[in-house]
Design a protein. Structure first.
Length: 237
């Protein structure tokens, strides 16, 4: 799931990738909104909020939303630089290392929020999660050749609509029925991504109410176990 790339990947690997990491993204995104009222991975909404504040002259608030967007991009930049370095050295497990970084960072963030109590906990939380969501999205995009996006549910919903329309045209005999298995495969993948994000979001809220900021440690440990499972399963790589 986190090892195979390019022509070695299949739909089953992409589906497992989408279901697991979309659930993680959903849990972190919705729990962050529950805590501070901002989304860590919704760049469409954050850029819209940035536009609104700038138009109204609320520059201090605008800078905050600009910071969220920039940090998300920084996470993607960091992840891509690491992936490129690994690919140049033929380290196919470099994607696993990125996800390990995400898991360890979540645990550290949980420790900081629980025991160190930063002066601006909401800002620390949202900026940290934005960076990690940018990192995760870059990993998923690169390893799946952009077939999967775990934080971009607007795009996923659009893809579901496209595949439904293609199937509708097949039924109307406007498109070749030979492509039906491909359309169904894509529809399944995108639908599972959306549902996993939804379930992850519900679970994230429950975990926060149950564990407080400890939910970050729980999710971080789960992400680490996922990465290590993939690494040990392909220990020859």
């Amino acid at each position: 799931m986190l090892i195979s790339t390019e022509n070695l990947r299949n739909n089953a690997a992409d589906t497992r990738l989408a279901c697991t990491l979309a659930a993680v993204a959903g849990a972190l995104n919705t729990a962050a909104f529950e805590i501070v009222g901002f989304f860590s991975a919704n760049m469409t909404g954050n850029v819209s909020s940035l536009s609104d504040h700038l138009a109204k002259g609320n520059f201090a608030s605008g800078i905050f939303f600009l910071g969220i967007v920039c940090v998300f991009i920084a996470g993607s930049v960091f992840s891509t630089i690491l992936i490129n370095a690994g690919r140049r050295r033929n380290i196919r497990a470099v994607y696993v290392f990125n996800i390990l970084i995400e898991g360890v960072s979540l645990i550290l963030l949980g420790v900081v929020e629980i025991w160190l109590r930063p002066p601006s906990p909401g800002i620390t939380l949202i900026l940290s999660l934005s960076f990690l969501m940018g990192l995760q999205n870059a990993v998923v995009t690169r390893i799946s050749n952009a077939r999967v996006r775990t934080t971009h549910i607007s795009g996923t919903s659009t893809d579901i609509g496209i595949e439904l329309a293609m199937l509708f045209d097949v039924v109307r005999r406007k498109e070749s029925p030979k492509e039906t298995p491909l359309y169904l495969e894509r529809l399944r993948l995108h639908s599972f991504t959306l549902v996993s994000f939804l379930i992850g979001g519900i679970t994230g809220i429950w975990l926060f109410h149950l564990l407080g900021y400890g939910y970050l440690i729980f999710i971080g440990a789960s992400v680490i176990m996922l990465a290590l499972h993939n690494l040990l399963k392909n220990s020859s790589i």
